[in-house]
Ligand binder design. Structure first.
Ligand code: GLU
Length: 236
């Protein structure tokens, strides 16, 4: 179990993500990490241990930007360490994950055969590489995520950010919870409602197999077959 948070809007993302992660810290405290996008460049800060360590790191060395993703980890694959902390990065893409990719060893072997270098022991890192590989072959960010999901088996809430694609976050769900929140000119993503309540009461839950593209003012949703779905936000 991990805690996931995402933000896209006009506020400084890092303090907001930290505050939301604090509400999810019960979900994991092996490590914490954040990725923030600004001016075409993603800054990643990660550290072992509790969220407080990340907070201290960001005090010393802030990450500026109005779009970002964050994570508190409960390790399942790979020991608790900074290198295994999320977000995981491949090329322009960073990802945070809650769950377990069951077929990660097979996929990892295939990626290694194609020349991919891994920097962590996690199951999650393969997902970043799958998506980055598809983007490098010319696929659009959303399509690259959709295609990659067809290759992975297991449980996941996945949240992606691409430094070449600053207008949207991509979210996917299978067997672990993820909720989208809508504010005024801003959108939020979290593993659980308490992380959003300081910012909005308008929420929409993803169902298993669904993928969403979340922008400042809009949200597009697709089922596992790629069919576009409508899901109004509910007031809670
Ligand atoms: N399997 C991932 C890892 O070990 C995510 C862990 C989790 O969701 O608890 O890093």
């Amino acid at each position: 179990m991990c805690g996931i948070v995402g933000y896209i809007g006009k506020q400084d993302a890092a303090p907001l993500i930290l505050e939301s992660l604090r509400k999810l810290e019960y979900r994991g405290y092996d490590s914490a990490g954040i990725a923030v996008l600004n001016d075409g460049h993603i800054t990643v800060r990660r550290c072992e241990g509790k969220l407080k360590n990340l907070e201290n790191m960001l005090d010393r060395d802030p990450a500026i930007g109005t779009i970002g993703i964050g994570h508190t980890r409960w390790a399942t694959h790979g020991r608790p360490s900074e290198t295994n902390a999320h977000p995981h990065r491949a090329g322009d893409v960073v990802v945070v994950h809650n769950g377990i990719i069951e077929n990660y060893l097979d996929l990892k072997e295939q990626l290694i055969e194609r020349g991919t270098k891994f920097s962590s022991e996690t199951d999650t890192e393969i997902v970043a590489h799958l998506v980055a590989e598809k983007i490098s072959r010319g696929l659009d960010f959303l399509d690259a995520v959709k295609r990659s999901l067809k290759e992975i088996q297991g449980s996941y809430a996945l949240l992606f950010l691409n430094q070449k694609d600053p207008q949207r976050l991509i979210v996917a769900k299978n067997s672990t919870p993820i909720v989208i929140g809508r504010g005024e000119g801003e959108s939020f993503i979290a593993s659980d409602i308490p992380a959003l309540l300081d910012y909005t009461r308008k929420v929409a839950f993803l169902e298993d197999g669904e993928v969403a593209e979340v922008s400042v003012n809009s949200f597009r949703l697709f089922n596992g077959k790629g069919k576009s779905l409508q899901r109004p936000f509910k007031e809670i």
